[in-house]
Design a protein around this ligand. Structure first.
Ligand code: SF4
Ligand code: SF4
Length: 298
């Protein structure tokens, strides 16, 4: 049975795929986006203990039980989170020097489904986000299968670093595309420019548009997503380049244009980024419209 570090489970969301959905946020990301709105989901906790004094509720303890995170915790034991004592004040996140969180649970797909089970009559499906959820393909495959068995749809929110067109070496993702009803794909910067892509995400560009095309041709691409901040990159050029590739591929495809907002970013360089005005967002939406792609500005 596969397990993955779960940062949190949102019982209801109407912005993470079609309809009302449960959203599972996995911990760990292979990108380091300059504007990340959930920076505490990027790194795995190493149980250094620097957040322990920040918790005034006794919700963090040293323990010898396997931690919900990667490290054993060394001779002092892992840092463990007692959910029942936590008031979600966020002080531990502020104290962590590596953008991690001690509030992470290592969960099996079955345990996640058991937590979601009580909401099944009210939701249309499950979306897995992150961090970067495709770092855990075996977990996704199992959770997707369980979700489909319940008659619900299964969506994945990804930065596109996982190549759905080829099974990975361990074969853990064999069948993942079949159990996935839709993918929300981030187009974060011009994939053809290593300089721009590195500046925005910390990683070189790659064939994200090719991956998107592969998904769209199979009816699996639900949404493209770009976060817009003037001065960070040429958003109009990126949206135009992207739409040109996807025009006519799938009439259901939508492009979510996300206005950068300095909320939850918690990193100095992100706080300095510019917030786009209405005129730029309208211009981007018009570019999408010109290619017959529905834009959703948020
Ligand atoms: S959450 Fe951060 S500060 Fe706390 S133990 Fe883990 S790495 Fe250390
Ligand atoms: S969020 Fe929870 S674990 Fe973190 S400091 Fe606050 S009470 Fe403690």
């Amino acid at each position: 049975m596969s397990e993955a570090p779960v940062n949190r489970i949102l019982r209801s969301s109407i912005v993470d795929g079609p309809g009302n959905r449960a959203v599972v946020f996995l911990q760990g990301c292979n990108f380091d986006c300059v504007y990340c709105h959930n920076p505490e989901t990027i790194a795995l906790c190493n149980s250094c203990g620097k957040c322990l004094p920040a918790c005034l509720r006794g919700a963090l303890i040293r323990g010898n039980a396997p931690s919900s995170v990667e490290a054993s915790g060394g001779p002092l034991g892992a840092v463990l989170w007692k959910k029942e004592s936590c008031v979600f004040c966020g002080a531990c996140l502020e104290a962590c020097p590596r953008n991690s969180s001690p509030r992470v649970r290592l969960m099996s797909p079955g345990a996640v489904m058991a937590e979601i089970e009580k909401d099944l009559p009210f939701i249309r499906g499950v979306t897995v986000s992150g961090g970067e959820c495709t770092l855990y393909p075996a977990f996704l495959l199992e959770l997707g299968t369980l979700t489909r068995e319940k008659g619900l749809t299964f969506f994945i929110d990804t930065n596109g670093s996982h190549d759905f067109s080829k099974p990975n070496r361990a074969g853990e993702d064999e069948g993942l595309l079949e159990v996935t009803d839709g993918v929300m794909l981030d187009v974060k910067a011009d994939p053809g420019s290593d300089e721009e892509h590195k500046r925005v995400t910390g990683r070189s560009g790659y064939d994200i548009l090719g991956l998107g095309e592969f998904l769209a041709r199979r009816g699996k691409l639900y949404e493209l997503r770009t976060v817009v901040s003037p001065g960070l990159f040429d958003a109009a050029a990126l949206v135009d380049k992207t739409c040109r590739r996807f025009a006519g591929l799938d009439p259901r495809l939508q492009y979510k244009l996300i206005r950068y907002r300095p909320i939850g970013v918690r990193r100095l360089q992100a706080e300095r980024l510019a917030v786009p005005g209405d005129s730029l967002m309208k211009r981007l939406a018009a570019i999408c419209g010109g290619y017959g792609i529905r834009a959703l500005v948020v």
